[in-house]
Design a binder for this molecule. Sequence first.
Ligand code: MN
Length: 423
Amino acid sequence: MAKQIFVTGHKSPDTDSICSSIAYAKLKQLQGIDATPIRAGEPNKETAFALDYFHVAPQPLVKDFYVKVSEAVHTEVEALPVSASLKDAAKWFASHESDVAPVADNGQFVGVIEKSQLADEFIKTVMGEELSTVKGLAHDPELFFKPTDNGHDIPADGKYAVVENGKYVGMICADCVAAAEKQPVILVDHNEKKQIIDGIDEASIVGVIDHHRIGGTLETAGPISILFKPVGCTATIVTGLYEQAKIDIPKDIAGLLLSAVISDTVLFRSPTCTPADREAAEKLANIAGVDMEKYGMEMLKAGANVSDLTPDQIVHNDMKEFSSGNTTFTVAQVQVMDTTDLLDQKQVLLNALEKLRAEHDYAASFLMITSIIDESTNLIFAGNMDDVVSSAFGKDVLDKEVYLPKVMSRKKQVIPPILSAMK
Ligand SMILES: [Mn+2]
């Protein structure tokens, strides 16, 4: 049976990543395609509010796409019972392409025997000595695997027993792992490799729907479907896809898509917002049966409450990695109604940013403290990037901070100037 297609948003998922993946997987399902949404991390508070409001459960979490031993194990390879004779063992080796045979006692893994051990027994036969039993020959393998282990850890040569909680499961080899069917994945709301769930090289990207710059070195094995639009939100593109397919958007899905548009455009305040986003939002609000402005403010407020976050959590909030050449930096963002509380603890936040930066050896780690009400951002950072920041925004950096009026969008107003200033 072919594998179910996974639809996923980016690491540190935001409302668009969570909701657009749910909505697009739903569209695929309504079109008779076996797709399921997954998520790369925990929903943030704003997203949790939206999911709760429209009574949708968060999709399953997938931490990586590495091929697991469980996906490639050959369970049809039966173990020799401890009661097997040496002749049974010889027959086992004659019918299996393996130099090592598993031995089990009622399903419990006992150990392995090697083909070469039978040669010694043959010599004993000739010499008239007493023969061993299979049970006596079985010994602990040098290496065995658990179903949850990563397939890429299997050595290129040899076959290995797979054991789970003391029970024999089957045999595995590196070629078995290479032959395992790859997990098909559709990326929504991202395309930069650093933002994709780990292990994507062992999966197969079959589609991308996004509204960000094309960045990094995304490679695919075959031709894929891609749909990029310079709109404010992936959910706007997904809304268009429902219309194109002439499929009614379910009420709860409309609510989630609306939440994503409101989130990404900060209730239409962000310069990334386009007429298409507003138009989609109006349709979605109708279907969802909510007052767009009222619901939107409520949702943004739920996300803007950072009072119970630790400094470490704040500097990781909605964080994304970016690279230019060999330089990697991160930009996190918090959107709040009032920036006073956060700016009061600026030094603590700078310390947390420096800790984050040093831990991963980033060139710099930025935090955008964005005011939804003032439509402005205080950008603070750790790392030796004062000159870059100063030339990017045409402002003097004062104590690792620049104040940026009318700046709310990381992707449109912060990343491009930083990247060009780095060149
Ligand atoms: Mn988005």
